[in-house]
Design a protein around this ligand. Structure first.
Ligand SMILES: [Zn+2]
Length: 275
């Protein structure tokens, strides 16, 4: 699932391909904008905001998109063979004379007024990769709910924007704490937030996301999606359990030896199954 660094990189590539150029084709394959036509207008800029992308277009229109689970933007030379999805998965096409950007499987596509972007991203906390990143404000927001479980709090984009399940999982491993630890019980919350940002920054300029520093395909992560396999650090079997509602983002992976703190009762049987 795309996290803040992937959106950041996608937005930068989109900006390079579209900004300063006039749209020659637009195609919105979502019911509410099926008749929209922005051809002849210039794309001003494409900016990431947490896990949201804002494509600002001449005339005061912004295309707001969110990858959610499986969305992606791909950029092609017009007429080139496309990859990245099937034709029926296309939600948006934005093209100019030299480039076409195709949004596949985007679960959120909406045209809004640029002066009303706050209605869709105004709730977000400080953006870990934003030019206006504010660690103190992120800490203030996290600490406003001290009894909340840290795994849940790190995913809440209102606290800080850009962390998804991968970075949540890995930063908790690197901090030695289980996701069920309360915010108040995190010994050094500023260090945890710094570490999360460091991971996103380290990965923002490439598509591969590594938290171990190793770019080998099987060695990218410490515990993420490694349930049933031995911890890289201590050999204990990595566990998996849900936190809160049954959503992808709520799947936790952790090493019961390397990570201190509460863990759900009864998680061990299901979580210890081989991957
Ligand atoms: Zn371990």
């Amino acid at each position: 699932m795309p996290e803040g660094d992937t959106v950041w990189l996608s937005a930068n590539r989109m900006h390079d391909a579209l900004a300063g150029r006039v749209l020659t084709t637009t195609d919105f394959r979502v019911p509410q904008h099926a008749t929209a036509d922005l051809t002849g207008l210039e794309v001003l800029e494409v900016v990431p905001r947490g896990k949201h992308m804002l494509t600002r277009i001449e005339g005061g229109t912004t295309l707001h998109t969110h990858f959610k689970m499986a969305g992606t933007w791909r950029i092609f030379t017009p007429g080139a063979r496309r990859s990245g999805g099937k034709d029926h998965e296309i939600r948006v096409i934005l093209a100019n004379a030299e480039r076409e950007a195709i949004g596949y499987r985007l679960q959120l596509v909406e045209l809004i007024r640029t002066d009303q972007e706050d209605t869709v991203v105004g709730h977000l906390g400080p953006d870990l990769l934003g030019p206006d990143w504010d660690a103190d404000e992120a800490l203030r927001r996290l600490l406003a709910a001290p009894e909340r479980e840290i795994g849940d709090a790190l995913l809440d984009q209102r606290n800080l924007a850009g962390i998804g399940n991968l970075y949540k999982t890995e930063v908790l491993f690197l901090s030695g704490l289980t996701p069920w630890t309360t915010v108040a019980a995190v010994p050094d919350l500023p260090a945890m937030v710094r570490r999360a940002r460091k991971l996103l920054v380290a990965n923002k300029s490439r598509w591969v996301q590594t938290t171990t520093g190793n770019l080998r395909r099987d060695e990218l992560h410490w515990v993420f999606e490694r349930h049933g396999r031995p911890c890289r650090r201590c050999g204990t079997i990595v566990r998996r359990a849900m936190q809160g509602p049954d959503l992808y983002d709520r799947i936790c992976y952790w090493c019961p030896s390397c990570q201190a703190g509460p863990s759900p009762s009864g998680s061990s049987a299901a979580a210890s199954r081989p991957a």
